[in-house]
Structures are given as C-alpha cells and as structure tokens.
Design a protein around this ligand. Sequence first.
Ligand code: ACO
Length: 345
Amino acid sequence: MNTLPEKDFTNPRAQHGFVGRTCSIVSVGSYVPEKIVTNADLERLVDTSDEWITSRTGIRERRVAAADEFTSDLGAKAASRALEKVGISGEQVQLIIVATITPDMTFPSTAALIQQKIGAVNAAAFDIEAACSGFIYALEIGQQFIMSRTYETVLVIGAEKLSSIINWKDRNTCVLFGDGAGAAVLQYRPGSHGLLTACMGADGSKADLLNMPGGGSRCPATVDSVNAGLHFLRMEGKETFKNAINAMNAAAHEALARCNLDIAQIKCVIPHQANRRIIDAVGERLGVRQDQVFVNLDRYGNTSAASVAIALDEAVDQGIIQRGDLVLLLVFGAGLTWGAAVIEW
Ligand code: ACO
C-alpha cells in the first residue's frame, strides 16, 4: 500500500505500479585532495592566463591528487564520510556502485578496491562508466536495488583522478579538470518520495567529441600509442559545449514534466560543474533564478563523475538543501551521455 503523503507533485514511479517502497539519499559525503593548482600555476605550464580560464570557464583552481593517492582512495574517503554522518558501518553496506572514467586499474573494479578500504565485507561491488553523467546513472541503478527490496543499503560513489589522464601540455583541456570524489548512501526512508525520477540518455554517434583513444581493446598501450598521446583525454570543446547545453536542458524539461513540476518549485539545481557558461546558458533556458543554482566549479573545475556528488554534499552541508526540498541534478558527459534527476530531499 502506498502510504506516502500527498504532495504538489506527481511521483512518476507511483504511476508505474509503485507500491510504497521508495529510495532516499540518507547521507552524502565528499573528499577532495589537499593540493590546490591555481590558474596562476597553470600559466607556468602552458600558454594560458587566469583571465582566459576564468572568463571562458569560471574555474579559478582545482585539486590534484598526490602521486600515491588513487581514485579508490578518494572514493573511500568520500564514502567513509557519508557513512559516518549517518552512523552506518561498512559491514552494513550491501552494494557499492562506483562511477568513474579513471579507475585505479582497468580491472578489478574500483568499487572492489573501495569495498576493501572501507571494510564493506558484505557488499557486492562493481563500476559503471558513463563519464561525467555517471553519478546519476549510478544513483538510478542503486535505486532499483532498494525499490526491488534486493538490498537495504547501497553506496553510490562518483570518484575521479582525472589528473592521471590529462595532457598537462594541452591548454585546451588541462585547465578544465580536477580530482575528487562524492558519495551517497541509499536506503528506504518511510514517508519520503526520495528519488522521484531520473531521465538518462546517450548518443554514441558523437563518441568522437570526447574520449581517450588509447588503453582499451581498440588501441592497447604501445610505445607508439604513448608517444602519440593516445592515453590522454581529448575533447572537441566547442561541439561538446553546444551538446551539453541542449542535452541538459531537454533532460531537465523531461524530468520536471514527469513529476508535474515547475522549475520555480525546485529549491536547488545542481548542474554538472564543467563550465560556468554552460551552467548559465542551461539556467537561462530553464528560467531558473541565480539563487536556485549551486556552483562550486570555481574551486574544483570539472571532476567528471564526482562533480554533482561533491556539489550535492556541499549544498547539504551549507544548509541550502533541507529535508523535504526538491532538488534537480543535471549531468552531461562523454558518450555522449546525459541525465536529469529530481529528488525530494
Ligand atoms: N588558454 C588560452 N587560450 C586557450 C585555452 C587556454 N587554456 N584553451 C583554448 N584556448 C584558445 C584556443 O586555442 C582558441 O584559439 P584560436 O582561436 O587561436 O584557435 C581560442 O582559445 C578559443 O577556443 P575555443 O575552443 O573556441 O573556446 P571556447 O569558448 O569554446 O571554450 C572550452 C573552450 C572551455 C573547452 C569550452 O568549449 C567548453 O567548456 N566545452 C565543454 C566542456 C564540457 O562540458 N565537458 C563536459 C564533459 S567532460 C567529460 O565527460 C569528461
């Protein structure tokens, strides 16, 4: 029986046979490495300027992990913080899903490495790869396990050490990215609608816009592939930029429509933190007020799958998001992939 309180929005899952078992984010946590790399630092590496980076992207500094600090370390720290906040032990976690494009190794999964680091001895663990959209994809996957009553506690993590795949001699990309991790603990919380909907999409015909050609089965590592720089992230910035605005805008409209919501009812919009101009353009098309949008890319740059997870944690920490508020997450990344999720916090 559906015992949820009536709200001024529609729960789309209820329309599809939902019977009262919802999935909520009961805690969030994040971690960024200590080392700060400022735009001034990058001026010494490539032909760029603080003025160019700030005006074209909004980014002022980013975090870079230490040589002996890996994606699993960042993810484990974010996860531990999320678990501690809500008093859940590692042993209670039943599933770990990690979204990343910078796994410690191609295999085993970074999720398995995190499982060991946080003592989640009872958890199954796997990675998913949807680039910067990974956190929403992982949330939606995790939600399925809670709603189906397969698991009581699922840990979803977005973690990246992008500094490991950045060509620090390429000014087109090296100024944009940073390292970090964010985590969310998913459980059923009685009386809460939780994750209302997630619209996800992909367009593989545009895979060439943003990729890392080397290291996979198509182009295994050789001396030639390394010398040709094929193990670095590559991006056609302008086309990616246009696609990001269109895809996030369309996904947001679809997610809001599914819930019968007007953008004005959303307390906080958390967009993928790639570029301030993308965020502003999407915000303008959606008709959001400046004070509805959470932005922290000035301090972290684009942390890919970790981006919205870190931002969500900071928005909650700062008291911007309170229980019962409606939150809209928007993501976009390589694939291409994109997504929008509406959450009753
Ligand atoms: N410093 C100085 N000049 C630069 C720099 C730099 N760091 N980078 C590029 N330029 C130059 C270019 O060489 C170009 O010079 P030219 O005209 O002489 O050729 C000029 O600046 C303009 O370059 P554009 O690429 O046209 O600049 P644009 O305004 O498009 O901004 C940017 C580039 C910031 C990359 C933008 O296109 C962007 O943000 N794209 C989207 C990125 C994104 O959203 N990624 C999301 C997914 S990431 C993931 O999934 C991992």
